[in-house]
Write a protein that binds this ligand. Structure first.
Ligand code: ZN
Length: 658
């Protein structure tokens, strides 16, 4: 591990707090040291309060900030005298500690101070750096962890046994520091938790962290031996199995989840170990990971459903054994090990799944090193200790706050023909309501268009079977399944009376406006049947179906066929809980097809102004793409959960249809 300190960069950060921001970011830049909100740092300064009186202040990392991207407002200013007084108490509940720390802040608008603030205060040095470095916890998490730490660090570090982070840990550290000259040591090792380094100089405090973690890394590598490398294997892919796992995990969690499958050679290598069921389920690297990952993953056996039911039953037992009046979390795994196939991480959002994947990847890498290096192998904290963190009162308080999730959160939606117009509006509305949207379109703009709201665009010709199937399989591989299909891609074919119609006009309309939809359904239905959150298909038809016009046979007949396809699909899919409905929009003019000149010409043909032409329906209202998008999102939602095989017009009222 190398120091990232640069004198030139450091100069741009002014004052003690500036330097604190700088070295905190350096720590945060290395995922071997901290991950996603893990770790914390502080600096002690003497400054003047609002009234001009001198005051000692601890600027400590606030909750909700990541070290890698922290800024000065991410540090909470807390009065040192209050923190030191708290360190004299015999007892202090976590919620009371948070309250008193907030009361002692110089700025009530600052974030909540880290729960390790009192610990930072009792260390006399100006700068304090704390991480949950992988290599350090790897040395502590085995049978003879304490002995190893003493062998590696000698008297440079004070070692404290594992206790619950927060107030009790602060007392433990204060006690340990009283026995030594704090200026004669470089830091602290907290068994099964992490490492602190400290110094009056910011660069030195940071570099002590790098030096001591490097020492741990070298020791670990030496123990594993030069020849050792993590096992690797090729995955056997099973997308249907992946969708089934995601479906079951969503059921256990009570909401749709995004599944991130890691089938890298090392992830598959880990999942294929003979001892994986034991090794993966001994516990996390550091206790605070349990809040995100739970204590252990599920290991999938021959029967997916049974394996996950067993996990839920075991989780319930673990809760009942350890609970003292807490509210049980949902019994779903946050990650699973799938032998021969890889490791899957889940989240109610894509972001959460990504955070869990990062933590889990460091976990399975590190535990394999400890397993290799030390006699007796990987050994985490006992379940009861981890339960205290998973269920500690501040986490329980967050549960009660709750709040409702967006309608389509955690769902995966495919929208075809979504580079512009109605398709774009459908994709955008579904994304606004929380869905992960994958847009398929012939247009090369699709990627850029979908990126506007965090979606993914793939250039696909939907009449090309192989390309369509590949795009669908990619979607399942990347997110774990498909819950919503909006089949919208279509073309307007030139108007022509039957005797004069070019055969290609008819054939093209059938290929794009009908057959490509039939194929999309054929390929997506197996995944929709394993979809979550009341899976749905919405087809985009046309007012033409129920009110056709002369000279539009190729378009109208394809859309009429599509309507019949919807009805048959509704009949076939009802037993699996998948709904299929069709929307019939009319006169949507805010699309690329309608230029102002086009509109003017058409209006003139009817002897109308453009305004009259745009609103020529019973309600005299203009229909916009977004109106159709909102209706499609509603039809895909639980609002339409008991409706299938229906045709819904969005046309402002049409007397020929009514
Ligand atoms: Zn910590």
């Amino acid at each position: 591990m190398k120091s990232l300190w640069s004198d030139k960069e450091a100069k741009q950060f002014k004052g003690d707090l500036g330097k604190r921001v700088y070295t905190s970011r350096l720590l945060g830049a290395n995922p071997e040291l901290v991950l996603h909100g893990g770790g914390n740092t502080s600096v002690k300064v003497r400054e003047k309060d609002f009234f001009g009186d001198p005051v000692e202040v601890l600027y400590v990392k606030g909750s909700g900030w990541d070290l890698g991207t922290i800024e000065a407002p991410g540090f909470a200013p807390v009065r040192m005298d209050a923190l030191l007084k708290m360190a004299e108490l015999k007892e202090l509940s976590d919620s009371e500690m948070v309250k008193q720390q907030r009361a002692a802040m110089l700025d009530p608008g600052a974030p909540n101070p880290s729960i390790e603030a009192i610990l930072h205060a009792v260390i006399p040095q100006k700068f304090v750096d704390h991480t949950h470095a992988n290599a350090v916890v790897a040395l502590t998490n085995h049978k003879n962890g304490r002995q190893t730490i003493e062998e590696v660090y000698g008297d440079r570090m004070v070692v404290t046994p594992y206790v619950m982070p927060g107030f009790i840990l602060a007392l433990e550290v204060a006690k340990a520091l009283k026995k030594v000259d704090p200026y004669a040591i470089d830091g602290l090792i907290l068994m099964n938790h992490g490492i602190f380094t400290f110094h009056d100089d910011p660069k030195r405090s940071y570099e002590l962290m790098i030096e001591h973690v490097t020492r741990a890394e070298k020791f670990l590598a030496g123990k594993c031996g030069k020849k050792f490398s993590l096992p690797k294997a090729k995955p056997e892919e099973d997308l249907a199995g992946l969708a089934e796992i995601r479906n079951k995990v969503s059921q256990l969690r009570g909401v749709p989840v995004i599944a991130k499958l890691d089938q890298s050679p090392e992830a598959v290598g880990f999942s294929s170990r003979k001892d994986v069921a034991s090794l993966a389920t001994r516990g996390p690297l550091t206790p605070d990971h349990t809040i995100r990952t739970k204590r252990v993953p599920a290991v999938i056996g021959k029967d997916i459903e049974k394996s996950l039911d067993k996990f839920a039953a075991d989780y319930t037992k673990y809760f009942e054994k350890n609970a003292k009046g807490e509210t049980m979390l949902t019994p779903d795994p946050r990650w699973v090990v799938w032998p021969g196939k890889g490791v899957i991480s889940f989240g109610a959002t894509e972001k959460e799944a990504g955070v869990i994947q990062d933590i889990v990847t460091h976990t399975w890498r590190t535990i394999q090193l400890t397993e290799e290096a030390f006699e007796g192998g990987w050994k985490a904290l006992p379940a009861g200790k981890l339960f205290e963190i998973e269920y500690w009162e501040l986490e329980q308080a967050k549960l009660k706050k709750g709040g409702s999730a967006p309608t389509h959160q955690g769902k995966v939606a495919i929208v075809t023909g979504s580079a512009a117009g109605i398709g774009f509006a459908c994709a955008e509305t579904l994304a606004e309501q929380g869905a992960k949207v994958i847009g398929l379109d012939l247009s090369p703009d699709i990627g850029e268009q979908m990126a506007k709201f965090g979606g993914i665009g793939k250039v696909v010709n939907l009449t090309d079977d192989a390309a369509t199937l590949a795009a669908i399989e990619d979607t399942v591989r990347d997110f774990g399944g498909i819950d919503i299909v909006v089949s919208n891609a279509g073309i307007f074919t030139a108007g022509a009376y039957l005797p004069d119609m070019e055969q290609t006009n008819w054939d093209k309309s059938m290929a794009v406006n009908l057959t490509s939809h039939q194929k999309l359904l054929k390929y997506t239905i197996p995944y929709l049947k394993k979809g979550t959150g009341e899976p749905a298909i919405v087809l985009v038809g046309s007012r033409n179906v129920n009110a056709p016009g002369a000279g539009a046979a190729s378009y109208s007949c394809a859309k009429a066929g599509l309507t019949q396809l919807c009805r048959v699909a509704a009949l076939e899919l009802a037993p699996d809980g998948v709904r299929c409905n069709i929307i019939h929009p009319d006169a949507v003019f805010d699309t690329k097809l309608w230029t102002p000149e086009n509109l003017k010409r058409s209006a003139e043909r009817y002897g109308m102004t453009v305004e009259e032409y745009k609103t020529r329906n019973l309600m005299k209202t203009e229909i916009k793409s977004k109106d159709v998008g909102r209706m499609v999102a509603a039809m895909a939602s639980p609002l339409f959960g008991k409706t299938t095989g229906a045709q819904i017009p969005v046309d402002g009222g049409n007397d020929r249809v009514i």
